[in-house]
Ligand binder design. Structure first.
Ligand code: GLA
Length: 750
């Protein structure tokens, strides 16, 4: 993050009771209205500090009275009064009633940013990086206190929001819905963008115009899910990658969530984001408090790219934590698709030795190394090495891998238990299920009740023992099924609605304890591919397994969609064998690599089965990636041509160094067509005054290298564009699934 910026302020004007969060890029404004509620005034480009903006709210507001007040913009809308739009907070009082009338009761401004108990959140490294405003609202009946927290960072167009609800009364209160943020916008000319799909095609971009009524994405799966992601955008209909207004809404959470937009009868829009209310409730005894996860709201006046820039930087630098946050990530070989469950010391060492010859830096032993695990039907929970497969244990194996000059990594799935396992025999009551009801089957495995402290303690012990037993530098933490029949034997009936959130808190607790103890281990999150690829996981695992699908054509869409919110450094991207194991497609090796380069590169195949041409090609890929690793993992990612627009046949993106002196452009054409003709793709983010040397990769297979190899100006490359297709048919690239990379290096003017 940049040095503290003097323009950053969170100010409360006592005369007008107006809160203004300002940092020179954005302003966020709220004001106490005449009925005491906290009205929303504005979120957008920075407005001059020190002025009153009460005119952006209602002239006067003494509470909802008739239809003419129904569109009032509020910071924390509640149910049961005269606001009939989607609420941010609903409770059930001890008498069974549900109305809440929240009125301002005080505020404070704090330097820096407080942590949220039990939950991951963005952070600061010095108090000067951010200011936080905390506004206290109290219900008319006095028993419910709500604190709204707003953090403004010195140099990011984002506001971090969260909510705390406290029972200040004498009897129980049950929270039924506690959104992390609600934002009222004065019109409805918005498209809702969300990232949706399923296993092996996660996070495709879906864009739909808002209409009167509600539009929502959510998860009821106990995890953020493959199907939807806790990230949505409201973009102007004409907004593109680099133009137009857009608001981003991202939830730092890994469990059930809902993002929902409502357009009311007056043409205003409300967007709310938080824990999914369906099935949720949280009972507060007198004095107890509930904290919501954090929502990060971003504003961009420069299209979706501006939003992505803001999220990428914040999440890479002030959400991800630990020693690996800033370190270059190793190029890995993962054993899964190369060996599946058929692992043995000899096989693993042969794979590792072959991988090392290719320049690969980390060998990851995936599923199959523990218990009696020969297929997916047994042994989860028994985290002891299988000596039949690995006679010298993990230690012997890891040391031999290290002797080859590589690091050693391991797959685990701590939250699960197989019915065929010692753990299940010993503790059948640790698996989630409802006594007297059948359990829904999934991948022959059950889920442990992570809401119970003794189970988290047990896992901390056994996983800790595994990590201490051998030189393990990397952990892939998987989660391969959804949660069904949610229920905890440890919770009373009236608290079962807390279960799924308590589950997530248990997972965070385990992650927190393990990452704090094993500070040098690189953690990668995974959930059957990208089923829990969210900011909550990113706080502990600086990288995540993006998808089980590695086919480059499919990956173009997955990585493009993922990149809307998540930085390159968070996206695990592997080159797999062909035919692809999911779709059977046979794409050229160079194309598989040219897509996987944009992220954290790995290979997931059996390197002992490669022919000499493949071996030399992969060795060259690894060397090329290593040379440009900083760009591929930490460059500014600029999306140029979308797989979701037009026929989606041509895709392009680029990664640019912060100082703009180096960049790599990726260009992909899925199906070849006769007479494809010349193409030019205008680049973005370069220095218009610089001259760049352009080299093509892979080298020497068409005339593009020489045609671009002229030193070209940044202005030329951005306005006229880079040449991507040879214009003479005899030199045009042939075949389907083509890819070209272009490396741009600024040359000093002389
Ligand atoms: C999940 C992961 C895969 C692999 C398998 C192992 O599906 O996404 O990468 O680790 O589990 O069972």
């Amino acid at each position: 993050m940049e040095a503290p910026n003097r323009q950053m302020t969170a100010t409360w004007d006592r005369a007008t009771n107006q809160l203004h969060l300002h940092n020179g890029r954005i302003s966020y404004l709220a004001r106490v209205l005449e009925d005491g509620s906290l009205g929303h005034l504005y979120f957008g480009p920075a407005l001059a500090p020190g002025r009153g903006y009460g005119h952006l709210g209602p002239p006067e507001f003494h509470g909802f009275s008739d239809r003419l007040t129904e569109f009032i913009a509020l910071e924390c809308p509640t149910g049961g009064g005269g606001d009939f739009r989607i609420p941010a907070l609903t409770v059930r009082h001890a008498d069974g009633s549900a109305a809440l009338h929240l009125a301002y009761a005080g505020h404070r401004i704090i330097a820096g940013k407080p942590a949220i108990p039990g939950l991951p959140s963005t952070y600061v490294e010095s108090p000067g990086e951010a200011e936080t405003a905390e506004v206290l609202l109290v219900d008319a009946a006095g028993a419910v206190e709500v604190r709204l927290l707003y953090t403004i960072f010195a140099d990011a167009p984002v506001i971090a929001r969260s909510v705390r609800v406290r029972n200040a009364g004498q009897r129980q209160v049950t929270v039924r819905c506690a959104m992390s943020a609600s934002l009222d916008l004065p019109d409805a000319r918005w498209d809702l963008l969300h990232l949706s799909g399923t296993w092996a095609r996660e996070r495709h971009v879906v864009r739909q115009a808002l209409r009167p009524g509600r539009a929502a994405v959510s998860s009821l799966r106990g995890a953020s899910s493959h199907e939807h992601n806790p990230f949505v955008v409201l973009a102007r209909p004409h907004a593109t990658e680099d133009q137009g207004e857009a608001y981003g809404f991202s939830l730092v959470y890994s469990g059930n969530f809902r993002a929902e937009a409502e357009v009311d009868a007056f043409g205003t829009t409300r967007l709310r984001l938080g824990i999914e209310p369906e099935g949720f409730s949280w009972t507060l005894d007198p004095g107890e408090e509930f904290s919501t996860p954090e929502a990060i709201l971003a504003y961009s006046g420069a299209g979706l790219g501006g939003l992505s820039d803001a999220y990428h930087r914040l999440y890479r630098e002030r959400l991800a934590r630990g020693a690996w946050r800033d370190r270059p990530r190793p190029i890995l070989l993962n054993s899964w698709e190369g060996a599946y469950f058929d692992v043995s010391e000899n096989r693993v060492l042969a794979m590792a030795a072959a991988a090392r010859e290719l320049g690969i830096e980390l060998f990851v032993l995936d599923d199959g190394w523990f218990g009696e695990r020969d297929d997916a039907t047994s042994s989860l929970g028994d985290w002891t090495v299988n000596r039949r497969k690995l006679p010298d244990g993990l230690d012997g194996l890891a040391r031999r891998v290290e002797a080859l000059g590589m690091r050693f990594g391991l797959w685990i799935e701590p939250e699960m238990v197989s019915a065929r396992s010692r753990l299940f025999v010993e503790h059948p009551d640790w698996a989630i299920g409802i006594p007297g009801r059948p359990r829904t089957e999934s991948r022959s495995q059950l889920v442990l009740d992570m809401s119970r402290a003794e189970i988290v303690d047990h896992l901390f012990g056994v996983i800790g023992d595994v990590l201490r037993s051998a030189p393990i530098s990397y952990v892939k933490w998987d989660f391969n099924r959804n949660i069904t029949e949610p229920f905890s034997l440890a919770l009373p009936a009236e608290r079962q609605g807390e279960f799924l959130h308590r589950y997530v808190l248990g997972v965070y607790d385990l992650y927190d304890r393990l990452t704090r103890e094993f500070t040098d281990v690189l953690f990668e999150s995974c959930a059957g591919g990208g089923g829990r690829f969210d900011p909550g996981m990113l706080a502990f695992s600086p990288q995540g397994w993006t998808s089980d699908e590695m086919d480059p054509v499919e990956r173009l869409r997955i990585q493009w969609g993922t990149s809307l919110c998540y930085p390159l450094s968070s996206m695990g991207a592997h080159v797999a064998a062909v035919p692809n194991h999911q779709v059977g497609r046979i794409a050229p090796l160079a194309t598989r690599a040219a897509v996987a380069f944009f992220g954290v590169l790995g290979y997931e195949l059996d390197p002992t089965k490669l022919d000499p041409d493949e071996r030399s090609a992969i060795a060259a890929q690894v060397a090329f990636y290593a040379r440009h690793r900083e760009l591929f993992q930490r460059g500014r990612f600029v999306r140029l041509r979308s797989p979701f627009e037009g026929d989606g046949n041509e895709v392009a993106w680029m990664a640019v160094a912060d100082d703009r002196r180096r960049a790599v452009v990726g260009w992909y054409r899925i199906l070849n067509h006769p007479q494809a003709g010349p193409g030019r793709i205008p680049l973005r983010g370069l220095d218009p005054g610089a001259r760049y040397r352009v080299t093509a990769w892979p080298p020497g297979d068409d005339s593009m290298a020489s045609r671009n190899a002229l030193e070209r100006g940044g202005d030329d490359l951005m306005s006229a564009g880079i040449l991507v297709v040879a214009s003479r048919p005899e030199t045009a690239a042939r075949g389907d699934f083509q890819a070209r990379l272009f490396v741009l290096e600024a040359v000093d003017a002389d």
